[in-house]
Design a protein around this ligand. Structure first.
Ligand SMILES: O=C(O)CCC(=O)C(=O)O
Ligand SMILES: [Fe+2]
Length: 347
């Protein structure tokens, strides 16, 4: 089981330096939030999540992500593909941003900052539940965790706070995993332990991947199925614990810290006959923020491992690789460019 770090008891002032460093070092664990997010808020949020996925496909497709210029909206069943050695992920999702402040819509460095698409039929009350949860988790939990990491990395305490300004492109996602499809050798698979099951399956809920941003706070219902690879390289089950987030380190944090923090591989096996709901919240800075190795994280004997890249470029590259609708747009663009070429240059 993932050990729990109890950030509820963390002294908000820097008097408790040891406590801050302990949290910063153990951060890729489960994280109990105690009094930061109330049980009531978690319950309301999970009810709203289920309510959305109970809508008809027709209703959900009204807010299809492929209709958004900024990667916001409904990700239909079997349209994201995280592990190329498996079939497409057996899940559906809704991606939402914070809607704090819109960037210039014509600025190509900020293509991920834009209006959400909310399900009209669920009304403003639904939106209010989602937005209150989003704001609470960012302000109360994520920022505190990022401050401990900045402290641990020798950066100014507010280093990440500044990057997570009102134009940040963090994504709150809700996911539904229907019961898994039976595999050809289902009986044999059912006897294996979960980490061996993944290897033998063709279709999984969510393929092995690392998240792309700074950190992810992942909330899950009581069903289970999430596996996380620990720093020793072993896959362990992230057994659900009420009112607790699983914290995953993302690729940008790995780039900022020059591998001091390594992004956490994880994956999901769907349940045999139950629906599972979860909600990762990916914390990403504003679009044109440069993700570059922190000055305190490199030296002559520890050279910089990753070139600087903007948050927008990094995320767009990852979304292009994994989302069916973007692949489709890229193919269409190629086709159009090809059709506009002189006859002898056409491929
Ligand atoms: O559903 C989960 O527990 C994990 C989801 C996930 O890892 C993701 O969407 O990046
Ligand atoms: Fe993930």
């Amino acid at each position: 089981m993932l050990p729990i770090i109890d950030i509820g008891s963390l002294d908000p002032t820097l008097n408790d330096k040891e406590g801050w460093l302990r949290v910063a070092k153990e951060i890729d664990q489960a994280c109990r939030t105690n009094h930061f997010i109330t049980e009531k808020r978690f319950k309301e949020f999970m009810n709203a999540t289920k309510q959305f996925f109970e809508l008809s496909t027709e209703e959900k497709m009204k807010i299809y992500i492929g209709n958004s210029k900024n990667h916001k909206g409904y990700v239909e069943m079997q349209s994201e593909h995280l592990d190329p050695t498996k079939k497409v992920d057996y899940k559906e999702a809704l991606d939402m941003g914070l809607n704090y402040k819109m960037a210039d819509p014509n600025n190509p460095t900020n293509t991920l900052n834009g209006p959400n698409q909310y399900p009209q039929s669920l009304g403003q009350e639904w939106v209010d539940v989602i937005e209150s949860y989003a704001k609470d988790v960012l302000e109360k939990v994520a920022k505190r965790l990022m401050q401990t990491m900045a402290y641990n990395l020798g950066a100014p305490l507010d280093y990440f706070d500044k990057l997570f300004n009102e134009r940040n492109v963090s994504t709150l996602r809700i996911i539904h995993y229907p019961p898994r499809l039976a595999e050809e050798n289902e009986d044999e698979i059912a006897k294996l332990d979960p980490s061996e099951q993944y290897e033998k399956m063709d279709t999984v809920g969510c393929g092995t991947h690392t998240d792309y941003g700074c950190i992810t706070l992942l909330y899950q219902d009581e069903i289970g199925g999430l596996q996380v690879r620990n720093t020793d390289g072993n896959w362990i089950e992230a057994t659900p614990i009420p009112n607790t987030f699983v914290v995953n380190i993302g690729d940008m944090m790995m780039r900022w810290s020059n591998d001091l923090y390594k992004s956490t591989p994880h994956r999901v096996i769907s349940h045999g006959n139950k629906d599972r709901y979860s909600s990762p919240y990916f914390f990403e800075p504003y679009g044109d923020a440069i993700v570059a190795c922190l000055p305190s994280c490199h030296s002559d004997s520890n050279p910089i491992k990753y070139p600087p890249i903007t948050c927008n470029d990094y995320l767009s590259m990852k979304f292009d690789q994994t989302h069916g609708y973007r692949q489709h747009q890229i193919d269409l663009e190629k086709l159009n460019n090809n059709n506009n070429q002189p006859e002898q240059l056409k491929q």
